[in-house]
Every structure is written in structure tokens, then in C-alpha cells.
Design a protein around this ligand. Structure first.
Ligand SMILES: *[C@@H]1O[C@H](CO)[C@@H](O)[C@H](O)[C@H]1NC(C)=O
Ligand SMILES: *[C@@H]1O[C@H](CO)[C@@H](O)[C@H](O)[C@H]1NC(C)=O
Ligand SMILES: *[C@@H]1O[C@H](CO)[C@@H](O)[C@H](O)[C@H]1NC(C)=O
Ligand SMILES: *[C@@H]1O[C@H](CO)[C@@H](O)[C@H](O)[C@H]1NC(C)=O
Length: 405
């Protein structure tokens, strides 16, 4: 019969379609093999309807992303910032404020940023210490004393200055400022839920008696209070604050200006070369494996073969001082490194596996970069920028890639 033949033909076609889609699906997942698993499970591109709406609202607003700090391991952190902060909000303008050193050449990776606005790479000079700064701040637990704090505060406030200069010239105000660090590794995208009108959003944990100051997201007005780290010291002095570290000063700034804050978890960690005791004691700093599922909310991390997982993590975290270096955790969110010595042999492969093929390519690119390539990349980046205030490109590139002195 014609009809039954037609039906069985149809079934056969359906089967072909079914199997080929299954095959494609399998192919898709195998692409995300061992290296991509973490990225895949964290990125969750199908946002909820509410998230989609919020994201599209934000995509129509004016966002400044302020990136501060030394380039250090930017071949590891930079690509994650480009992919998961800058490209996540492709309308955002990048403002970079970074001290010149032998690693600054790595910042040429920012030629891949969707929008580059202002770039400032400067030779650091000592900041004279004023009486009010000496009264308000403490050198305790700061690797370079009060001078170290002032350098950091000046770096952060310098980014606000770049933003203000541009705004004044163009006659507009950014709706949002995202303040983040050059040494932050993002394991998943910055969430649109972190943009809350009238509130300043900072990460939970790593609060050192104050507020975690490793990331901040706020509207323009709250950001001005949060980023004016040097110029608000005299105000804190008048209010009789003293013995402040970076985190307690940060909290005092917000409180004294009636800026309320929220602390949603954040999917980034601060990549550090520093060594820390292991296992960490009550006031020690835990160092997470960069491959931890997270969110790590700005805890310190490095690529490692975790020395401490499962119940070991619980033992360490319960022992940490809650108001100091403690960070929120679950028994699956964080794995710890033994960070008492140098990064271990084979860290490159560990990083590549955690970060996935795409990010690993950038690491390799920086690894094989020469002065010529570096200058070329910086030139491309400069073409995108509205403001460029750096030493000569050759000089930045030769400092890290030229013949050793
Ligand atoms: C921000 O501050 C300015 C001046 O202090 C004020 O006019 C404006 O209404 C504030 N904007 C918001 C959104 O609070
Ligand atoms: C700060 O301390 C001085 C001297 O002890 C005192 O006179 C002043 O009222 C204090 N100011 C505030 C804002 O508490
Ligand atoms: C903060 O709020 C208090 C109480 O409402 C008010 O007295 C003070 O002037 C406010 N401070 C600022 C800087 O807005
Ligand atoms: C983690 O916690 C859950 C629930 O609290 C528990 O069922 C599980 O066994 C724990 N896993 C590990 C590895 O400790």
C-alpha cells in the first residue's frame, strides 16, 4: 500500500534525523572534554528570562570597567577578564591604570578587548605621607607598610580620575562603574545581578575586619565614594578613625557616607605568586586551586594540584577567623593548594586544563611573544583607545622581552 510505504519511509527519515542530532550533541559535549567541563558547567549561557531582561537593560546603559594593578600573571587573568567581564557587557568602556614594570608587556593582550577607552601605564613614584594618613592608617599586615596602602589607594582613585576626565570632556556620566583587578581570574561571567541601584556590591569574605575590596560594582554616585580612597582619608581622620587597613578604611568610607552595600558571591579569585603557610592557621590566608568550581569571591588562588579537598577543606575553613581571611565555601566549591613554596612544576598544564583551550591559547601567545609582536599588539590596542598615556611602546615591551640587562 502506498500509504504504509510512505509512513515507514517517514519513520526511516525521522530515525536518521534523530541519530544525526544525537551524534551532533555527542560531538558538542566531547568538544568540552576534560578541559572544558568546568567552563561548561559554570557558564550556564541559557540565562533565565529575568536575567536576560536585566542583561539587555544593562547593555543599553553606560558602563565603565576600571582595571587596576600590576600586570603580573596577566597572561592567565587577562583573557578571563576579556571573556567574562568585558565581552559579557560589550558596551562597557575599559579604563586601565597600571604601574610600569617588566610584566607590563602582557597588557598588550587587551587589544582583544571589545572597547578600550583610557590606558595609563605609569612609572610609580613614592607618595609623600601626610599627617592625617599616618594617623588614620596602619602599616600592620601591609607588605609595604603605609606607603604600600597609599600606592594602592592612588591606583584605585587614579582610575576614577581617568573616568571623570573622559566624562567631563564628553559631557555625560556613566551609569555604572565596575572596579576590578588586573590579577583577578574569572571562572564564570560577572552577573547582571551585581548591578544594584543605590547599593555598592562587593564580594563576601576576605574582609580582614572590614570589607572585601577586591571588586566593586556600583552606580556612579556610590562608586565615587568607594573609589575616592586617598581623598577621603582626611574625612576619616575628622571622624577619628585610626589604625585602619585597606579593608577597614574601605568599610569606613562607605559607612560614613551612608552607602549601603551587598555581598553576593562572585566567580573570581586573585592569582598570587606569594607563599603562604600550609595548612593555614586561624589568621592565615587560604590559597584555592584555580581549578576550584567556585565561586571563590576574590580569595587568593594559583594553579595547583589540590593538596586539600573534601573533609580537609572543612577542617581548614572552620579553623579560619571569620572576620579575617575566611571566605564562603561549600564542600565542593573550593579545593586548596599547599602554597608554602613556589608554584609547582607543571602548573601550566594545570592552568590550561582548568581554563580550557581558548584561554590557554592566550597564555601560550604571551609565552612566545617577542618585542616586535608586543609593539604591534599595543599599536592595535592604541588605535581603539580614546586616551593613551604610557611610556613609549618599545620601552614597555623591551623591559620584559628585550635582552636581559
Ligand atoms: C548622584 O548625585 C548627584 C549630585 O550629588 C545627584 O544630583 C543625583 O541625583 C544622584 N544620582 C542618583 C542616581 O542618586
Ligand atoms: C574626635 O576626637 C576629639 C578629641 O578626642 C573630640 O573632641 C571630637 O569630638 C571627636 N570627633 C568625633 C567626630 O567623634
Ligand atoms: C548620613 O546619614 C546621617 C543620618 O541620616 C546624616 O546625619 C548624615 O549627614 C549623612 N551623611 C552623609 C555624608 O550623607
Ligand atoms: C558535602 O556535604 C553534603 C551535604 O552537606 C554531604 O552529603 C556530602 O557527603 C559532603 N561531601 C563531602 C565530599 O564531604
Amino acid at each position: 500500500m502506498q500509504f504504509s510505504k510512505w509512513v515507514s519511509d517517514l519513520n526511516w527519515r525521522l530515525l536518521v534525523i534523530l541519530f544525526s542530532s544525537l551524534f551532533l550533541l555527542l560531538l558538542y559535549f566531547s568538544n568540552y572534554g576534560a578541559a572544558g567541563v568546568i567552563e561548561f558547567s559554570l557558564r550556564k549561557p541559557p540565562y533565565t528570562a529575568a536575567e536576560e531582561i536585566r542583561k539587555s537593560e544593562l547593555t543599553k546603559s553606560r558602563i565603565a570597567v576600571c582595571l587596576v594593578g600590576g600586570a603580573r600573571r596577566f597572561e592567565l587573568t587577562g583573557p578571563s577578564i576579556i571573556e567574562r567581564v568585558l565581552k559579557e557587557f560589550p558596551n562597557s568602556d575599559l579604563f586601565l591604570n597600571s604601574p610600569l614594570d617588566s610584566k607590563s608587556f602582557k597588557l598588550s593582550l587587551l587589544k582583544y578587548a571589545p572597547r578600550v577607552n583610557s590606558v595609563r601605564i605609569f612609572k610609580p613614584t613614592p607618595i609623600p605621607e601626610t599627617e592625617s594618613q599616618v594617623r588614620v592608617l596602619t602599616a600592620a599586615n601591609s607588605p609595604n607598610g603605609i606607603q604600600g596602602l597609599l600606592q594602592y589607594f592612588s591606583l584605585v582613585e587614579g582610575c576614577l580620575t581617568l573616568i571623570d576626565d573622559y566624562q567631563r570632556e564628553k559631557g555625560f556620566t556613566y551609569d555604572w562603574i565596575v572596579r576590578t583587578r588586573v590579577d583577578g581570574y574569572w571562572s564564570a561571567p560577572l552577573s547582571s545581578g551585581s548591578f544594584i541601584p543605590g547599593k555598592y556590591v562587593v564580594p563576601p569574605g576576605s574582609s580582614f575586619s572590614g570589607l572585601n575590596d577586591r571588586l566593586g560594582v556600583g552606580d556612579y554616585n556610590t562608586s565615587v565614594v568607594a573609589l575616592s580612597r586617598l581623598s577621603l582619608i582626611p574625612t576619616l581622620d575628622k571622624l577619628n578613625y585610626s589604625q585602619l587597613n585597606s579593608e577597614t578604611a574601605f568599610k569606613a568610607q562607605l559607612i560614613s557616607h551612608n552607602v549601603s552595600y551587598q555581598t553576593p558571591a562572585q566567580p573570581f579569585c586573585i592569582v598570587t605568586d606569594r607563599k603562604y603557610p600550609f595548612p593555614p592557621g586561624h589568621f592565615d590566608v587560604p590559597v584555592a586551586a584555580l581549578s576550584s568550581p567556585g565561586p571563590l569571591s576574590g580569595a587568593k588562588c594559583r594553579p595547583c594540584n589540590p593538596a586539600c579537598t573534601g573533609s580537609c577543606v572543612a577542617d581548614v575553613m572552620v579553623g579560619l577567623s571569620k572576620g579575617w581571611s575566611w571566605t564562603p565555601w561549600t564542600n565542593t566549591s573550593i579545593e586548596l593548594c599547599n602554597a608554602h613554596s613556589e608554584w609547582e612544576v607543571g602548573w601550566e598544564e594545570m592552568f590550561d586544563e582548568a581554563a580550557g583551550k581558548k584561554l590557554a591559547q592566550f597564555r601560550k601567545r604571551v609565552n612566545t611573544m617577542n618585542v616586535k609582536q608586543c609593539v604591534k599588539d599595543f599599536k592595535q590596542m592604541k588605535k581603539k583607545a580614546a586616551k593613551w598615556d604610557t611610556p613609549p611602546l618599545e620601552q614597555i615591551c623591551k623591559l620584559g622581552l628585550g635582552p636581559k640587562q
